[in-house]
Design a protein around this ligand. Structure first.
Ligand SMILES: Cc1ncc(COP(=O)(O)O)c(C=O)c1O
Length: 412
Protein backbone atom coordinates (compact mmCIF):
# COMPACT_ATOMS: atom_id res chain seq x y z
CA UNK A 1 0.00 0.00 0.00
CA UNK A 2 2.83 2.38 0.78
CA UNK A 3 3.87 1.83 -2.81
CA UNK A 4 0.49 3.19 -3.87
CA UNK A 5 0.92 6.19 -1.57
CA UNK A 6 4.28 6.88 -3.18
CA UNK A 7 2.86 6.60 -6.67
CA UNK A 8 -0.06 8.82 -5.63
CA UNK A 9 2.35 11.55 -4.51
CA UNK A 10 4.00 11.49 -7.95
CA UNK A 11 0.66 11.59 -9.73
CA UNK A 12 -0.45 14.52 -7.56
CA UNK A 13 2.76 16.40 -8.30
CA UNK A 14 2.04 16.06 -12.04
CA UNK A 15 -1.68 16.95 -11.73
CA UNK A 16 -2.38 20.21 -13.57
CA UNK A 17 -5.79 20.45 -11.85
CA UNK A 18 -4.45 20.06 -8.30
CA UNK A 19 -4.97 23.72 -7.39
CA UNK A 20 -8.75 23.46 -7.75
CA UNK A 21 -8.98 21.40 -4.54
CA UNK A 22 -8.38 24.53 -2.46
CA UNK A 23 -11.54 26.09 -3.90
CA UNK A 24 -13.73 23.50 -2.17
CA UNK A 25 -14.60 22.92 1.45
CA UNK A 26 -13.67 19.47 2.72
CA UNK A 27 -14.93 18.69 6.23
CA UNK A 28 -12.16 17.90 8.71
CA UNK A 29 -11.07 14.26 8.60
CA UNK A 30 -13.09 13.41 5.50
CA UNK A 31 -12.02 11.69 2.30
CA UNK A 32 -14.95 12.34 0.02
CA UNK A 33 -15.66 9.66 -2.56
CA UNK A 34 -19.26 10.73 -3.09
CA UNK A 35 -18.92 13.72 -5.40
CA UNK A 36 -20.91 11.62 -7.86
CA UNK A 37 -23.93 11.90 -5.52
CA UNK A 38 -23.56 15.34 -3.98
CA UNK A 39 -20.48 17.34 -4.90
CA UNK A 40 -18.40 19.32 -2.40
CA UNK A 41 -19.37 22.89 -1.72
CA UNK A 42 -17.25 25.48 -3.53
CA UNK A 43 -15.97 27.89 -0.86
CA UNK A 44 -17.20 31.02 -2.60
CA UNK A 45 -20.82 29.90 -2.89
CA UNK A 46 -22.15 30.69 0.64
CA UNK A 47 -21.15 34.36 0.28
CA UNK A 48 -22.98 34.48 -3.04
CA UNK A 49 -26.10 32.90 -1.50
CA UNK A 50 -25.96 35.47 1.31
CA UNK A 51 -25.61 38.28 -1.22
CA UNK A 52 -28.62 37.04 -3.17
CA UNK A 53 -30.68 36.81 0.01
CA UNK A 54 -29.73 40.10 1.58
CA UNK A 55 -29.25 42.17 -1.56
CA UNK A 56 -31.31 40.82 -4.42
CA UNK A 57 -34.14 39.39 -2.31
CA UNK A 58 -34.36 41.54 0.83
CA UNK A 59 -33.53 44.86 -0.82
CA UNK A 60 -34.26 44.38 -4.49
CA UNK A 61 -37.47 42.42 -4.00
CA UNK A 62 -39.57 42.14 -7.13
CA UNK A 63 -37.32 44.55 -9.00
CA UNK A 64 -34.61 41.88 -8.99
CA UNK A 65 -36.49 39.83 -11.58
CA UNK A 66 -35.02 42.32 -14.05
CA UNK A 67 -32.20 44.14 -12.26
CA UNK A 68 -30.55 40.97 -10.93
CA UNK A 69 -31.37 38.84 -13.97
CA UNK A 70 -33.63 36.39 -12.10
CA UNK A 71 -35.95 36.04 -15.07
CA UNK A 72 -33.19 34.92 -17.42
CA UNK A 73 -31.36 32.69 -14.89
CA UNK A 74 -32.64 29.42 -16.43
CA UNK A 75 -30.92 30.36 -19.68
CA UNK A 76 -27.80 32.14 -18.37
CA UNK A 77 -27.05 29.21 -16.09
CA UNK A 78 -27.71 26.92 -19.07
CA UNK A 79 -25.08 28.86 -21.02
CA UNK A 80 -22.48 27.88 -18.43
CA UNK A 81 -23.41 24.19 -18.77
CA UNK A 82 -23.56 24.18 -22.59
CA UNK A 83 -19.80 23.83 -23.26
CA UNK A 84 -19.57 20.93 -20.79
CA UNK A 85 -21.99 18.83 -22.84
CA UNK A 86 -21.23 19.97 -26.37
CA UNK A 87 -24.33 22.13 -26.71
CA UNK A 88 -24.54 25.60 -28.20
CA UNK A 89 -25.03 28.63 -26.01
CA UNK A 90 -28.76 29.40 -25.76
CA UNK A 91 -29.86 25.79 -26.14
CA UNK A 92 -29.77 24.62 -22.51
CA UNK A 93 -32.52 25.48 -20.01
CA UNK A 94 -32.07 24.95 -16.27
CA UNK A 95 -34.86 24.34 -13.80
CA UNK A 96 -37.01 21.67 -12.16
CA UNK A 97 -35.56 18.28 -11.22
CA UNK A 98 -34.03 15.66 -13.50
CA UNK A 99 -37.18 13.58 -13.02
CA UNK A 100 -39.46 16.39 -14.19
CA UNK A 101 -37.21 17.09 -17.17
CA UNK A 102 -37.28 13.40 -18.09
CA UNK A 103 -41.06 13.64 -18.19
CA UNK A 104 -40.94 16.73 -20.38
CA UNK A 105 -38.42 15.14 -22.74
CA UNK A 106 -40.24 11.83 -23.09
CA UNK A 107 -43.56 13.54 -23.76
CA UNK A 108 -41.93 15.90 -26.25
CA UNK A 109 -40.36 12.90 -28.03
CA UNK A 110 -43.73 11.12 -28.28
CA UNK A 111 -45.14 14.28 -29.79
CA UNK A 112 -42.29 14.50 -32.32
CA UNK A 113 -42.82 10.87 -33.38
CA UNK A 114 -46.59 10.58 -33.84
CA UNK A 115 -47.76 7.06 -34.57
CA UNK A 116 -45.01 5.51 -32.45
CA UNK A 117 -46.21 4.65 -28.97
CA UNK A 118 -43.33 2.84 -27.28
CA UNK A 119 -40.82 4.29 -24.85
CA UNK A 120 -37.81 1.98 -24.89
CA UNK A 121 -36.06 2.30 -21.55
CA UNK A 122 -32.86 0.65 -20.39
CA UNK A 123 -33.85 -1.74 -17.58
CA UNK A 124 -30.60 -0.73 -15.84
CA UNK A 125 -31.54 2.96 -15.86
CA UNK A 126 -31.58 4.87 -12.62
CA UNK A 127 -35.04 4.06 -11.24
CA UNK A 128 -36.52 7.54 -11.57
CA UNK A 129 -35.98 7.36 -15.35
CA UNK A 130 -38.13 4.24 -15.63
CA UNK A 131 -40.65 5.53 -13.10
CA UNK A 132 -41.18 8.74 -15.06
CA UNK A 133 -41.65 6.71 -18.25
CA UNK A 134 -44.16 4.50 -16.47
CA UNK A 135 -46.02 7.53 -15.11
CA UNK A 136 -46.24 9.08 -18.56
CA UNK A 137 -47.40 5.80 -20.12
CA UNK A 138 -50.16 5.54 -17.50
CA UNK A 139 -51.31 9.02 -18.48
CA UNK A 140 -51.26 8.78 -22.28
CA UNK A 141 -53.57 6.16 -23.81
CA UNK A 142 -51.74 3.64 -25.99
CA UNK A 143 -48.25 4.44 -24.74
CA UNK A 144 -46.26 1.57 -23.28
CA UNK A 145 -42.80 1.17 -21.80
CA UNK A 146 -40.56 -1.57 -23.16
CA UNK A 147 -37.17 -2.40 -21.68
CA UNK A 148 -33.69 -3.05 -22.97
CA UNK A 149 -32.91 -6.11 -20.88
CA UNK A 150 -29.59 -6.55 -19.06
CA UNK A 151 -26.94 -7.78 -21.49
CA UNK A 152 -28.94 -6.69 -24.51
CA UNK A 153 -27.55 -3.90 -26.71
CA UNK A 154 -29.91 -0.95 -26.95
CA UNK A 155 -29.56 -1.03 -30.74
CA UNK A 156 -30.89 -4.61 -30.82
CA UNK A 157 -34.03 -3.66 -28.91
CA UNK A 158 -35.03 -0.90 -31.31
CA UNK A 159 -38.14 -1.45 -33.42
CA UNK A 160 -40.36 0.54 -35.74
CA UNK A 161 -42.88 1.33 -33.00
CA UNK A 162 -40.27 2.94 -30.71
CA UNK A 163 -40.67 6.70 -30.41
CA UNK A 164 -37.84 7.27 -27.97
CA UNK A 165 -35.00 5.38 -26.39
CA UNK A 166 -34.24 6.46 -22.82
CA UNK A 167 -30.67 5.81 -21.77
CA UNK A 168 -28.03 6.97 -19.32
CA UNK A 169 -24.77 8.00 -20.93
CA UNK A 170 -22.97 6.70 -17.81
CA UNK A 171 -24.63 3.87 -15.87
CA UNK A 172 -25.18 4.83 -12.23
CA UNK A 173 -24.05 1.45 -10.91
CA UNK A 174 -21.46 0.11 -13.35
CA UNK A 175 -20.18 3.44 -14.79
CA UNK A 176 -20.39 1.88 -18.28
CA UNK A 177 -20.25 4.66 -20.87
CA UNK A 178 -22.51 4.35 -23.89
CA UNK A 179 -21.21 5.21 -27.35
CA UNK A 180 -23.51 8.18 -27.81
CA UNK A 181 -22.90 8.65 -31.53
CA UNK A 182 -23.33 4.96 -32.38
CA UNK A 183 -26.49 4.49 -30.32
CA UNK A 184 -27.95 7.70 -31.72
CA UNK A 185 -27.20 6.61 -35.30
CA UNK A 186 -28.80 3.22 -34.69
CA UNK A 187 -31.92 4.85 -33.22
CA UNK A 188 -32.18 7.32 -36.08
CA UNK A 189 -31.87 4.48 -38.60
CA UNK A 190 -35.03 3.03 -37.04
CA UNK A 191 -36.79 6.38 -36.88
CA UNK A 192 -36.53 6.74 -33.10
CA UNK A 193 -35.19 9.55 -30.96
CA UNK A 194 -32.86 9.17 -27.98
CA UNK A 195 -33.20 10.97 -24.65
CA UNK A 196 -29.90 10.89 -22.76
CA UNK A 197 -29.61 11.15 -18.99
CA UNK A 198 -26.26 12.89 -18.40
CA UNK A 199 -26.45 12.96 -14.60
CA UNK A 200 -23.26 10.90 -14.13
CA UNK A 201 -21.52 12.47 -17.12
CA UNK A 202 -21.54 16.21 -16.76
CA UNK A 203 -18.38 17.58 -15.18
CA UNK A 204 -16.47 14.30 -15.25
CA UNK A 205 -16.81 12.52 -18.59
CA UNK A 206 -16.43 13.73 -22.16
CA UNK A 207 -19.72 14.42 -23.88
CA UNK A 208 -20.42 16.16 -27.18
CA UNK A 209 -24.13 16.17 -27.91
CA UNK A 210 -23.68 18.11 -31.13
CA UNK A 211 -20.97 15.84 -32.55
CA UNK A 212 -23.05 12.78 -31.63
CA UNK A 213 -26.08 14.30 -33.41
CA UNK A 214 -28.06 13.65 -30.21
CA UNK A 215 -31.74 14.57 -29.90
CA UNK A 216 -32.40 15.39 -26.25
CA UNK A 217 -30.61 15.33 -22.92
CA UNK A 218 -31.27 16.03 -19.27
CA UNK A 219 -29.05 15.86 -16.22
CA UNK A 220 -28.63 16.89 -12.64
CA UNK A 221 -26.24 19.53 -11.34
CA UNK A 222 -25.66 18.51 -7.72
CA UNK A 223 -23.07 15.82 -8.52
CA UNK A 224 -19.90 16.81 -10.41
CA UNK A 225 -21.15 20.36 -11.01
CA UNK A 226 -21.35 21.01 -7.25
CA UNK A 227 -24.61 22.97 -7.46
CA UNK A 228 -25.70 21.91 -3.96
CA UNK A 229 -28.51 19.77 -2.55
CA UNK A 230 -31.61 19.96 -4.70
CA UNK A 231 -29.87 22.07 -7.36
CA UNK A 232 -32.04 22.40 -10.47
CA UNK A 233 -31.52 20.10 -13.45
CA UNK A 234 -30.80 20.99 -17.07
CA UNK A 235 -32.49 20.09 -20.31
CA UNK A 236 -31.34 20.31 -23.91
CA UNK A 237 -33.10 19.63 -27.19
CA UNK A 238 -31.26 19.67 -30.50
CA UNK A 239 -31.91 22.97 -32.30
CA UNK A 240 -33.32 21.05 -35.30
CA UNK A 241 -36.42 20.55 -33.12
CA UNK A 242 -36.46 24.12 -31.82
CA UNK A 243 -39.60 25.11 -33.73
CA UNK A 244 -41.53 21.88 -33.25
CA UNK A 245 -40.73 20.71 -29.77
CA UNK A 246 -43.70 20.81 -27.42
CA UNK A 247 -43.13 19.99 -23.81
CA UNK A 248 -46.22 19.09 -21.81
CA UNK A 249 -45.61 21.26 -18.74
CA UNK A 250 -46.50 24.38 -20.66
CA UNK A 251 -46.09 26.84 -17.83
CA UNK A 252 -46.19 30.60 -18.18
CA UNK A 253 -42.44 31.05 -17.76
CA UNK A 254 -41.88 29.14 -20.99
CA UNK A 255 -44.43 31.31 -22.79
CA UNK A 256 -43.35 33.66 -25.56
CA UNK A 257 -44.74 36.64 -23.62
CA UNK A 258 -45.55 35.65 -20.04
CA UNK A 259 -46.48 39.15 -18.95
CA UNK A 260 -49.09 39.63 -21.62
CA UNK A 261 -51.26 37.20 -19.67
CA UNK A 262 -52.98 35.82 -22.74
CA UNK A 263 -55.40 32.93 -22.37
CA UNK A 264 -53.62 30.58 -24.73
CA UNK A 265 -50.16 29.13 -24.49
CA UNK A 266 -47.65 30.15 -27.12
CA UNK A 267 -44.15 28.73 -26.60
CA UNK A 268 -41.11 30.96 -26.35
CA UNK A 269 -38.46 30.73 -29.05
CA UNK A 270 -35.89 28.00 -28.58
CA UNK A 271 -34.95 26.38 -25.30
CA UNK A 272 -36.76 28.92 -23.12
CA UNK A 273 -39.93 26.94 -23.88
CA UNK A 274 -38.46 24.10 -21.81
CA UNK A 275 -38.93 26.25 -18.69
CA UNK A 276 -42.17 25.63 -16.80
CA UNK A 277 -42.95 27.91 -13.85
CA UNK A 278 -41.10 30.46 -11.72
CA UNK A 279 -37.36 29.68 -11.67
CA UNK A 280 -35.83 28.45 -8.38
CA UNK A 281 -33.87 31.64 -7.92
CA UNK A 282 -31.96 30.77 -4.74
CA UNK A 283 -30.78 27.38 -5.96
CA UNK A 284 -30.13 28.69 -9.47
CA UNK A 285 -27.96 31.43 -7.99
CA UNK A 286 -25.94 28.93 -5.96
CA UNK A 287 -25.51 26.78 -9.06
CA UNK A 288 -24.59 29.78 -11.16
CA UNK A 289 -21.80 30.66 -8.74
CA UNK A 290 -20.59 27.06 -8.57
CA UNK A 291 -20.46 26.83 -12.36
CA UNK A 292 -18.22 29.89 -12.68
CA UNK A 293 -15.26 27.64 -11.84
CA UNK A 294 -15.70 25.62 -15.05
CA UNK A 295 -14.59 28.43 -17.36
CA UNK A 296 -11.06 27.84 -15.99
CA UNK A 297 -11.05 24.04 -16.22
CA UNK A 298 -9.05 22.24 -18.91
CA UNK A 299 -11.67 19.64 -19.72
CA UNK A 300 -9.34 17.28 -21.59
CA UNK A 301 -7.10 17.17 -18.50
CA UNK A 302 -10.17 16.64 -16.29
CA UNK A 303 -11.46 13.68 -18.28
CA UNK A 304 -7.98 12.15 -18.42
CA UNK A 305 -7.62 12.56 -14.64
CA UNK A 306 -10.95 10.83 -14.09
CA UNK A 307 -9.79 7.81 -16.11
CA UNK A 308 -6.37 7.73 -14.44
CA UNK A 309 -7.94 7.99 -10.99
CA UNK A 310 -10.51 5.23 -11.42
CA UNK A 311 -7.81 2.97 -12.93
CA UNK A 312 -5.49 3.73 -10.01
CA UNK A 313 -8.26 2.95 -7.51
CA UNK A 314 -9.14 -0.36 -9.17
CA UNK A 315 -5.51 -1.45 -9.25
CA UNK A 316 -4.93 -0.41 -5.62
CA UNK A 317 -8.06 -2.21 -4.38
CA UNK A 318 -7.40 -5.37 -6.37
CA UNK A 319 -3.82 -5.48 -5.11
CA UNK A 320 -4.34 -4.46 -1.47
CA UNK A 321 -7.62 -6.28 -0.87
CA UNK A 322 -6.93 -9.26 -3.14
CA UNK A 323 -7.83 -11.94 -0.62
CA UNK A 324 -11.30 -10.57 0.12
CA UNK A 325 -12.91 -11.43 -3.21
CA UNK A 326 -14.26 -8.01 -4.15
CA UNK A 327 -15.71 -8.17 -7.65
CA UNK A 328 -15.34 -5.20 -9.95
CA UNK A 329 -18.68 -4.17 -11.41
CA UNK A 330 -18.34 -2.50 -14.78
CA UNK A 331 -15.72 -1.96 -17.43
CA UNK A 332 -11.99 -2.44 -17.00
CA UNK A 333 -11.26 -0.34 -20.08
CA UNK A 334 -11.00 3.25 -18.79
CA UNK A 335 -12.30 4.57 -22.11
CA UNK A 336 -15.60 2.86 -21.35
CA UNK A 337 -15.80 3.93 -17.73
CA UNK A 338 -17.37 6.96 -16.11
CA UNK A 339 -15.96 8.53 -12.98
CA UNK A 340 -17.12 6.06 -10.36
CA UNK A 341 -16.20 2.48 -9.52
CA UNK A 342 -18.37 -0.17 -7.91
CA UNK A 343 -17.26 -3.36 -6.24
CA UNK A 344 -19.69 -6.11 -5.34
CA UNK A 345 -19.17 -7.58 -1.92
CA UNK A 346 -21.60 -9.60 0.18
CA UNK A 347 -21.10 -7.31 3.20
CA UNK A 348 -20.80 -4.18 1.08
CA UNK A 349 -23.40 -2.26 3.07
CA UNK A 350 -21.60 -2.78 6.37
CA UNK A 351 -18.19 -2.07 4.84
CA UNK A 352 -19.41 1.26 3.47
CA UNK A 353 -20.86 2.18 6.89
CA UNK A 354 -17.60 1.26 8.60
CA UNK A 355 -15.68 3.42 6.11
CA UNK A 356 -18.07 6.35 6.66
CA UNK A 357 -17.47 6.01 10.42
CA UNK A 358 -13.78 6.64 9.61
CA UNK A 359 -14.57 9.63 7.41
CA UNK A 360 -14.16 7.80 4.11
CA UNK A 361 -17.46 8.59 2.45
CA UNK A 362 -18.69 6.45 -0.42
CA UNK A 363 -22.10 4.99 -0.95
CA UNK A 364 -23.93 1.73 -1.34
CA UNK A 365 -26.27 0.76 -4.12
CA UNK A 366 -28.51 -2.25 -3.50
CA UNK A 367 -28.25 -5.14 -3.78
CA UNK A 368 -24.51 -5.34 -3.02
CA UNK A 369 -22.48 -2.64 -4.75
CA UNK A 370 -20.02 -0.46 -2.84
CA UNK A 371 -19.80 2.61 -5.04
CA UNK A 372 -16.98 5.12 -4.94
CA UNK A 373 -17.06 8.35 -6.92
CA UNK A 374 -13.98 10.26 -8.10
CA UNK A 375 -14.64 13.92 -8.75
CA UNK A 376 -11.54 14.77 -10.80
CA UNK A 377 -11.86 18.48 -10.11
CA UNK A 378 -10.91 18.26 -6.45
CA UNK A 379 -9.78 14.78 -5.45
CA UNK A 380 -6.12 13.88 -5.08
CA UNK A 381 -4.51 10.54 -5.80
CA UNK A 382 -3.17 10.58 -2.24
CA UNK A 383 -6.73 10.71 -0.90
CA UNK A 384 -7.58 7.77 -3.13
CA UNK A 385 -4.61 5.75 -1.88
CA UNK A 386 -5.50 6.60 1.73
CA UNK A 387 -9.10 5.51 1.15
CA UNK A 388 -7.87 2.16 -0.18
CA UNK A 389 -5.71 1.76 2.90
CA UNK A 390 -8.81 2.25 5.08
CA UNK A 391 -10.77 -0.22 2.95
CA UNK A 392 -8.04 -2.82 3.32
CA UNK A 393 -7.94 -2.29 7.08
CA UNK A 394 -11.75 -2.51 7.44
CA UNK A 395 -11.70 -5.79 5.50
CA UNK A 396 -8.58 -7.30 7.12
CA UNK A 397 -9.76 -6.56 10.67
CA UNK A 398 -13.44 -7.26 9.92
CA UNK A 399 -14.20 -3.86 11.50
CA UNK A 400 -17.39 -3.88 9.45
CA UNK A 401 -18.72 -6.89 11.37
CA UNK A 402 -20.49 -4.82 14.01
CA UNK A 403 -24.19 -4.28 14.75
CA UNK A 404 -23.89 -0.51 14.47
CA UNK A 405 -23.00 -0.88 10.79
CA UNK A 406 -26.07 -2.96 9.93
CA UNK A 407 -28.85 -0.39 10.39
CA UNK A 408 -30.15 0.92 7.09
CA UNK A 409 -31.17 4.56 6.97
CA UNK A 410 -33.65 5.94 4.42
CA UNK A 411 -30.79 7.27 2.28
CA UNK A 412 -27.88 4.94 1.51
C1 LIG B 1 -28.99 8.86 -13.69
C2 LIG B 1 -29.81 9.63 -12.71
N1 LIG B 1 -30.95 10.24 -13.11
C3 LIG B 1 -31.70 10.94 -12.24
C4 LIG B 1 -31.34 11.07 -10.91
C5 LIG B 1 -32.15 11.81 -9.91
O1 LIG B 1 -33.18 12.58 -10.42
P1 LIG B 1 -33.71 13.82 -9.59
O2 LIG B 1 -32.71 14.94 -9.80
O3 LIG B 1 -35.03 14.12 -10.16
O4 LIG B 1 -33.77 13.43 -8.17
C6 LIG B 1 -30.16 10.47 -10.46
C7 LIG B 1 -29.76 10.60 -9.04
O5 LIG B 1 -28.77 10.19 -8.58
C8 LIG B 1 -29.39 9.73 -11.38
O6 LIG B 1 -28.27 9.12 -10.97
Amino acid sequence: VTDFLRRAADLDAADSLAAFASEFHVPEGVIYLDGNSLGLMPRHVPARIAEVATGEWAEGLIRSWTSAGWFTLPMTVGDRIAPLIGAAVGDVAVGDSTSVNLFKGLAAALHLRPGRRVILADAANFPTDSYMAQGLAALVPGVTVRYVEPGQAAADALADDVAVLLLSHVDYRTAQVQDMAAVTAAAHARGALVLWDLSHTTGAVHCDLTAADADMAVGCTYKYLNGGPGAPAFMWVHPRFARDVQQPLAGWMGHAAPFQFTRDYAPAEGARRLVCGTPQVLSLSALDAALAIWARVDRAALFAKSRAMTSFFIEAVETSCARHGLALVGPRDPAQRGSHVSFDYAHGFEVVQALIARGVIGDFRAPSAMRFGFAPLYLSFTQVAQAVEHLRDVLDTRAWDDDRFRTRAAVT
